[in-house]
Write a protein that binds this ligand. Structure first.
Ligand SMILES: Nc1ncnc2c1ncn2[C@@H]1O[C@H](COP(=O)(O)OP(=O)(O)OP(=O)(O)O)[C@@H](O)[C@H]1O
Ligand SMILES: [Mg+2]
Length: 263
């Protein structure tokens, strides 16, 4: 790897990506966690057709913290949902480690999501009639090798709130419960779609700190969608999406801790 200083921007030219992958991604293992080639996603047909992703090539490496940045409608959620097995591309191929996601049937995708992927969305989707511990219990009951519920709750700093109901928690605390629920099954990847979208500045930072900590301490590969360019500083790599394409890849030689970000 060449020594880098500061943020380096590289055009996501397909040839560059194919012939010199080390120029766009700091490899941390031989097999990428995610590998996508020639991804296209078209919604609808005829006049109502929307081309949400166009010829996307992408590798994401184990332990990386990747931010997806781009305007509304640029294809961020579509890409994340395809990586997470919630949606399928119209053409192209996606792999999770050695497993081909394209071509998998619905039950295989369900197993993939259940065993390997933690999702965090803008809205927390906690079960209101269950306590924090019970919300996590819904996951650990069916997970293959979960961590102890209290360990996941401690990781997000909510031990004193573990027997509270969602309505007794602030928005930021509820989002931290959602993160604990996503990671309690020890997923390889944590996929977050605007996790701070509904939160104020200070609370949003706390939530980002939790995601960064899980990435650093558990080695969980994290992909985080945001509209907020300031958040990009905490990533290893920032993929700038525009009009369904990866238009620019930014590699951060020095990651900034969420507490040092300001916007
Ligand atoms: N189920 C769907 N049916 C039809 N069009 C869709 C569907 N989902 C997304 N689209 C379209 O695909 C394009 C990309 O959508 P996507 O949700 O991926 O954007 P995004 O970058 O996540 O935007 P935002 O920042 O607003 O969440 C948009 O033009 C959107 O209208
Ligand atoms: Mg979106």
């Amino acid at each position: 790897m060449p020594v880098r200083s500061g943020a380096m921007e590289i055009a996501a030219d397909m040839d560059t990506a194919r012939h010199a992958p080390e120029a766009t991604a700091p490899p941390r293992s031989d097999v990428p966690v995610f590998s996508a080639r020639g991804l296209n996603k078209v919604y609808g047909s005829d006049e109502t057709q929307v081309h949400a992703l166009r010829d996307v090539d992408l590798d994401i490496w184990r332990g990386e913290f990747v931010v997806l940045l781009g305007a509304s409608g640029s294809g961020k959620s579509t890409l994340l949902n395809i990586l997470g097995g919630l949606d399928v591309p119209s053409s192209g191929e996606v792999r999770f480690a050695e497993h081909r996601l394209t071509g998998a049937d619905e039950s295989e995708l369900t197993t993939y999501r259940r065993e390997h992927v933690g999702f965090v969305f803008q809205f927390y989707n906690l079960i209101p009639s269950l306590t924090v511990r019970e919300n996590l219990g819904l996951v650990t009951d069916i997970a293959v090798d979960p961590m102890p519920i209290d360990e996941a709750i401690a990781l997000v700093g909510l031990t004193p709130r573990r027997d509270h109901f969602p309505a007794q928690l602030s928005g930021g605390e509820q989002q931290r419960v959602a993160i604990a629920r996503a990671i309690v099954k020890r997923p390889e990847v944590l996929l977050c779609d605007e996790p701070t979208g509904a939160l104020d500045y200070t609370t949003g930072k706390l939530v980002l700190e939790v995601i960064a900590r899980i990435n650093a301490e558990l080695g969980t590969t994290a992909v985080v969608i945001t509209h907020n360019a300031a958040i990009a500083g905490m990533a290893d790599r920032v993929l700038h999406l525009g009009d369904g394409r990866i238009q620019k890849v930014q590699v951060n030689a020095h990651k900034i801790s969420p507490s040092e970000l300001s916007w």
